[in-house]
Design a protein around this ligand. Structure first.
Ligand SMILES: Cc1ncc(COP(=O)(O)O)c(C=O)c1O
Length: 369
């Protein structure tokens, strides 16, 4: 007897590396996730809005967790629609933006299609494309000029690839580059028939973002995450904004009940209590500038970034990461999975925590790398 093998696309896939605690690794080192100062995830180090804890406690008190969640996340969808000034039919809530990326691939990509990315970028675009039997074609920015995006070259690559889906991370993880409205308009004109997915997971951490392409036309989807700015990574929460027809297609591909009731309650509370998030994301951006400056003063090459995370060239990122974790209980993102084994990515935290990172990195002198 031979049991069926999984689909070929799955058998040849590598799982994507991500920041955040590797629980097995920490257990080997005798550490717990709460012992770690984590610079490897780019979430809000000031935590969620205070209203979130109250909302979750109330959800428990009313036995919310004993019932199936609202499949349509109606209250959260409405709160987001009001805040974005769009119709509720233009919003889909997902179990993190990551789920929405996979839903887009499931709903729109067919074997033989082409997807397109501007690399180096977030790995789930490639993974979600691959699982549908689609290779992502890439135009890749270079470390030599701080990962600048060369518009003409990207446009030529787009015209050649004729992609069905373009994954555009803006601002980009891990480089921190950010395309403005003019660049966006020109790039889109090079692949006007594609579905353009603009992943704005880190938009709340920008100093002065442009308003995004509103009203959202057919052929454009915006992805937002509540796990970063609202610090709800453990609850998982994100949303997509798009034309009602696109949102309907993504909803059709979504498993039922994928957004749990605690996440929905937390999301409503967070959206209605955004003052804390607005203040703390602005602080983190200022602290990122200070952190970058402190590292540069000590001789490190830090790639200029528009957001609160940045790439730092350290030579051998894997060993620097391992050393920081083992010796200092500090976690940074080794960027080897982005094809950048000489870089780590760090996201700014509170000033005293950033100072600990600078001191710990100081023990690995940049001049020795
Ligand atoms: C660019 C980008 N998009 C989406 C995600 C996933 O976000 P979520 O936690 O909402 O699934 C991440 C997470 O690291 C990310 O970096």
């Amino acid at each position: 007897m031979t049991a069926p093998l999984p689909r070929l696309a799955l058998r040849i896939m590598n799982s994507e590396a991500h920041g955040g605690p590797d629980h097995a690794e920490l257990a080997r080192l005798g550490l717990r996730p709460e012992d770690i100062l984590d610079f490897s995830v780019s979430t809000n180090a000031y935590g969620p809005p205070p209203a979130v804890a109250t909302a979750i406690t109330a959800a428990f008190a009313t036995a919310e967790v004993t019932r199936y969640p609202d499949r349509d996340a109606t209250a959260l969808r409405r709160a987001l629609a009001d805040r974005m000034d769009v119709a509720a039919e233009q919003v889909l809530v997902g179990n993190g933006a990551a789920e929405l990326i996979w839903l887009i691939a499931l709903a729109y990509l067919r074997p033989g299609d082409t997807a397109f990315v501007i690399g180096p970028t977030f790995g789930e675009y490639r993974a979600a494309s691959q699982v549908m039997g689609v290779q992502a074609s890439e135009w890749r920015a270079s470390a030599d000029d701080d990962f600048a995006i060369h518009e003409e070259a990207v446009m030529a690559a787009l015209r050649q690839a004729q992609p069905r889906v373009v994954w555009l991370c803006n601002p980009n993880n891990p480089t921190g580059t950010y395309l403005g409205p003019d660049a966006w308009t020109r790039l889109r004109a090079a692949a006007p028939d594609a579905l353009w997915v603009i992943d704005e997971a880190y938009r709340p951490f920008l100093d002065d973002p442009w308003p995004s392409p509103f009203p959202i036309e057919e052929g454009v989807v915006l992805l937002r995450s509540l796990t970063k700015d609202c610090a709800l990574a453990g609850l998982r929460l994100g949303y997509a904004l798009g034309a009602a027809s696109t949102i309907q297609a993504l909803a059709a591909a979504q498993p039922p009940w994928s957004v749990n009731s605690l996440a929905q309650a937390a999301g409503v509370a967070a959206v209605n209590d955004y003052t804390h998030v607005a203040r703390t994301t602005a602080e983190l951006r200022a602290q990122a500038l200070a952190l970058g400056q402190a590292l540069r003063q000590r001789g490190w090459r830090v790639v200029p970034s528009t957001t609160h995370f940045m790439l730092v060239e350290v030579g051998d990122a894997a060993s620097v990461r391992a050393c920081l974790l083992r010796e200092h209980h500090i976690q940074v993102r080794d960027c080897a999975s982005f094809g950048l084994p000489q870089f780590i990515r760090v996201a700014a935290r509170r000033p005293d925590e950033n100072a600990r990172l600078v001191a710990a990195l100081g023990e690995a002198s940049p001049r020795e790398q």
